[in-house]
Design a protein around this ligand. Structure first.
Ligand code: GDP
Ligand code: IMO
Ligand code: MG
Length: 434
């Protein structure tokens, strides 16, 4: 039995969807454990493109079970939209998907409440995806949320919804947000959605416990990235869930002792969407070139992603938080043709080396990155799948990242498609995924 967590080592969009899709042929259950439809995981299979938000990427492999765990916040209408898109593409969603009865239900009023902090004058906007994610997790922590088990209970749901929505609208109005909602319409829409998802709802923690007893293999798919983790990320410029490895256990109801390995996905550079400090951001030509070549625009909101250089202190930090067994470096091909590739090897604040990850956004904003420059390569790495076929300078670059971060580079991605991937023979990555 092998149960593997695959998660983002940076600020999200590292290519988790591609990797999970690639690896899921070796696993029986693919499980999302946090987040909501703020995530956008793009998967390219031949000439077909899928962008998954709530449903685990493993759904695209016939016969695999995709599980939405208790740690998620689910907008049932967004979920059904995704179900329909997949069904139209021939995916047998109804037999492959299972949804936790303990996951939270995201309501349209959560998006209204989000305007209090994101759109109000004088407040620092986080630059969220405006999907209502934060307010839904607030209701969960405030013990007033509605869960999937409540949604599918027609005797309980309408009254519960009215109470929660009225509380939220009262709060919003107190802050000058005047949006209204047609409650009867919301109840009708959500009740109709409940009828459709009811056959998929179960106690997924028990489903996974039984699966493990039967010797099945589980793959946990992280959303967002460790630097967006509510506790460990660049607070308050984070999302509202536990995107790091610990979140997989609470968000799926799986014991930590059952986890066999943890793999961090990192771009060969780094990107960030939304506000917050970003020490290695490149606002010049190189950053623009990376954005253009890497198509770095948000898959949920279409916003341009901020681009910068690989950040070793950040990766060392996320490796420590998660305990990475191996690292996958994605989008190596995007760096093709750059004359010089910079890597931040240390942080300085006021001219003095800062040994850890600064705990506040104020300090992180003061960081001066200490860069080392490595020569780039002129050859194309697009689609390379042979470890030895990498240009010498690319080999040197990856070896440098491995040495500086202290984490094995067990796999390299050289294009968006499944087969545009290099696995390192004899690596820990290989032993965990084969
Ligand atoms: P996720 O949120 O971590 O799943 O990542 P996204 O899907 O939001 O963003 C990654 C983008 O890069 C997607 O458009 C992928 O198709 C694409 N991608 C993934 N790996 C590679 C790669 O190695 N090279 C290139 N050029 N694109 C890649
Ligand atoms: P995937 O899974 C990149 C960012 C938002 C914002 C912050 C909080 O595709 O990697 P939220 O709506 O979650 O309250 O926004 O988090 N963010 C992401 N950035 N990739 C994501 O998901 C993200 N999900 C949220 O841009 O800065
Ligand atoms: Mg994404």
């Amino acid at each position: 039995m092998s149960n593997l967590i695959v998660l983002g080592a940076q600020w999200g969009d590292e290519g988790k969807g591609k990797l999970v899709d690639l690896l899921s042929d070796r696993f029986d259950f693919i499980v999302r454990y946090q987040g909501g439809h703020n995530a956008g995981h793009t998967i390219i299979i031949g000439d077909r493109k899928f962008v998954l938000r709530l449903i685990p990427s493993g759904i695209l492999r016939p016969g695999k079970t995709a599980v939405i765990g208790n740690g998620l916040v689910i907008d049932p209408l967004a979920l059904l939209e995704e179900v329909e898109q997949l069904a139209a593409a021939g995916v047998d969603v109804m037999s492959q998907l299972r949804i936790s009865n303990r996951a939270q239900v995201l309501l349209p009023s959560h998006r209204i409440v989000e305007k209090i902090s994101e759109a109000a004058a004088g407040r620092v906007a986080i630059g969220t995806t405006s999907r209502g994610i934060g307010p839904c997790y607030e209701d969960k922590a405030g013990r007033r949320g509605i869960r999937i088990a409540d949604l599918i209970d027609p005797t309980y749901f309408p009254e519960a919804l009215k109470q929660v929505v009225n509380d939220q609208l009262t709060r919003a109005r107190a802050f000058g947000v005047e949006d209204t909602l047609d409650l009867d319409q919301v109840i009708a829409q959500y009740t109709a959605a409940a009828d459709r998802i009811r056959p998929l709802v179960c106690d997924t923690a028990m489903l996974l416990a039984d699966a493990m007893k039967a010797g099945k293999n589980l793959l946990f798919e992280g959303a967002q990235g460790t630097m967006l983790d509510l506790d460990h990320g660049t607070y308050p410029f984070v999302t509202s869930s536990s995107a790091s490895a610990g979140g997989a256990c609470t968000g799926a109801g799986v014991p930590p002792t059952k986890i066999s390995g943890i793999i961090g996905i990192s771009k060969a550079y780094i990107t960030r969407v939304g506000g917050g400090p970003f020490p290695t951001e490149d606002l010049g030509e190189a950053g623009t070139a990376i954005r253009t070549r890497g198509h770095e625009f948000g898959s949920v909101t279409g916003r341009p992603r901020r681009c910068g250089w690989f950040d070793v202190p950040l990766l060392r930090y996320t490796a420590a938080i998660n305990g990475f067994d191996s690292m996958v470096v994605t989008k190596l091909d995007v760096l093709d043709g750059l004359e010089e590739i910079k890597v931040c090897v240390a942080y300085k604040i006021d001219g003095v080396i800062y040994p850890d990850m600064p705990p506040t956004h104020r300090e992180l904003a003061l960081v001066e990155p200490v860069y080392e420059s490595l020569p780039g390569w002129s050859e194309s790495t697009v689609g390379i799948s042979d470890w030895d076929a990498r240009p010498q300078a690319a080999k040197n670059y990856l070896a440098f990242l491995e040495e500086k971060t202290g984490v094995e580079v067990g796999c390299v991605s050289t294009g968006p498609e499944r087969m545009q991937t290099i696995r390192k023979a004899g690596s820990r990555f290989e032993s965990l995924t084969s």
